[in-house]
Design a protein around this ligand. Structure first.
Ligand code: GLU
Ligand code: ZN
Length: 311
């Protein structure tokens, strides 16, 4: 591998308020880079209409500033980059690596977003795989573009180690373009990470099944893939995402209560094994304490009661 400068990124989706689980992943991503002198970029993944909430982008900036998670350069907004994604879709079309799919399945509708926990649909059975790119011209229905999945793959994850994902099991041919002007998450994230020179992607482990798809796109474009690091999530007692019934884990709620971000960061750092007690600490102060190997392998389970103790 060539020596590329270390560049990480925070890539939030402004589909709602960022919560404690997002903050924990961002903290790990940020410290992983900062502790080795790397740059951290901020990219707002706002192509996911209609789920994107206009006020949520400003909240992301406010939340990250509150946490002290600084970024380098100007934040990128994916909605400003549509012609770029389109150009790369064309490259895939030129090589017949994609085909038009007219299935009106919910996974096409959902393809603009990262398939988080509980959002991986059933495998696509390849209904439209017999089509060529040029067949799109004679279609009288709306269509998406699907990437032809050639094989399953193994990758070396910076936290999980060697990871094998059977692509057939996680969805088969996947959507790279949803409809007119609507790139899908998998294409946008790869194009952005590659063009922005990102060499390390730290994100929640519910996105592990996306990684082999993204690796296929890196290969198709002839790009060197970043190091992928998937870290455990924060979950409710039922093992699912933190939900309202588990209490209010939104960062804005902590902030509105007048909590200092150092208090929350202390709990996050404690949950990651970097502090013996959840005592207040700043993001900067955590830089020398960062150690990915100390992060517990299991998700951090938070009950409403636990959440109430974070104060
Ligand atoms: N924007 C995605 C999300 O917040 C994250 C994608 C990624 O890190 O690859 O769900
Ligand atoms: Zn189809």
């Amino acid at each position: 591998m060539s020596e590329r400068p270390l560049i990480g990124r925070l890539a939030p989706s402004p589909t709602g308020k960022q919560h404690l689980g997002n903050a924990r992943t961002f903290l790990i991503a940020w410290l992983s880079c900062r502790s080795r002198g790397g740059e951290v970029l901020l990219r707002v993944e706002d192509i996911d209409s209609p789920r994107v909430k206009p006020e949520a982008t400003q909240q992301i900036f406010d939340d990250l500033r509150w946490l002290g998670l600084t970024w380098d350069g100007t934040p990128e907004l994916q909605t400003h980059r549509l012609p770029i994604y389109e150009a790369y879709l064309r490259r895939l079309q030129e090589r017949e690596l994609v085909y038009p799919c007219t299935c009106t399945r919910s996974d096409i509708l959902a393809a603009a977003s990262a398939p988080h926990l509980e959002h991986e649909g059933p495998a696509y059975p390849g209904t439209c795989a017999g089509r060529n790119v040029s067949d799109a011209r004679s279609l009288d229905r709306p269509y998406a573009w699907r990437f032809r999945v050639s094989e399953s793959s193994t990758f070396e994850d910076g936290f999980l180690g060697e990871t094998f994902i059977d692509l057939e099991k996680v969805g088969g041919d996947f959507v790279v373009w949803k409809s007119a002007n609507a790139p899908a998450y998998q294409l946008a994230v790869v194009v952005d990470d590659a063009l922005q020179g990102v060499t390390e992607v730290v994100r929640g482990d519910d996105l592990v099944p996306s990684t082999p798809r993204q690796l296929l796109l890196y290969r198709a474009f002839g790009w060197e893939a970043p190091r992928f690091v998937h870290v455990p999530l924060v979950v409710g007692p039922d093992g699912g995402r933190l939900a309202k019934r588990h209490g209010d884990a939104r960062l804005s709620a902590f902030r509105d209560r007048g909590m200092a971000s150092e208090t929350l960061l202390g709990w996050l750092a404690w949950s990651c094994g970097w502090l013996k007690e959840p005592t207040p600490v700043s993001a900067e102060e955590l830089i020398p304490r960062f150690d990915l190997r100390r992060v517990p392998k299991a998700a951090w389970v938070l009950s409403a009661e636990d959440l109430g103790r974070i104060s």
